[in-house]
Ligand binder design. Structure first.
Ligand code: AMP
Ligand code: ZN
Length: 119
């Protein structure tokens, strides 16, 4: 999927509404439309980068900033005692939206185990 018909690019332009958690020149954070935990928001670069697998050295500063704001946003959203960051990538990672995003999940009680163990 390219930038023209990417739903997260359309959220960046405001064409699709979102419940914003944070916005600056380079980054946008907004609540996930289908939350899986009491706190569940996404942080994206405004730049259309399809996935973590497509990161290049020129994205280092941008991604450093992205990861650097997660903790303060999670605390502000009420996940004061930790959180989980997930970045589904590609087919194996079951990425559905092909604009790089990290999920930030948390809330008041501990999250379930990361991946269920097979019996
Ligand atoms: P994934 O690509 O599997 O890492 O997840 C994409 C996430 O985007 C899912 O958790 C969706 O619920 C979420 N999502 C899809 N469309 C929207 C939207 N318009 N606003 C907010 N979150 C969305
Ligand atoms: Zn995009």
């Amino acid at each position: 999927m390219n930038a023209e018909n990417c739903i997260f690019c359309r959220i960046v332009t405001g064409e699709i509404p979102s419940r914003k958690v944070h916005e600056d020149d380079d980054l946008l954070a907004f609540h996930d439309i289908n939350p899986l935990a009491p706190v569940h928001f996404l942080v994206i670069p405004k730049l259309h980068i399809p996935s973590m697998a497509g990161l290049e050295p020129r994205h280092e500063q941008l991604m450093g900033r992205l990861m650097g704001i997660v903790g303060s946003l999670a605390a502000r959203e009420g996940s004061v005692d930790g959180f989980r960051v997930i970045c589904n990538t590609g087919r194996i990672g079951r990425q559905d939206v092909h604009h790089l995003h990290v999920h930030v999940l948390g809330g008041q009680s501990p999250l379930p185990g990361m991946i269920a163990r097979p019996e």
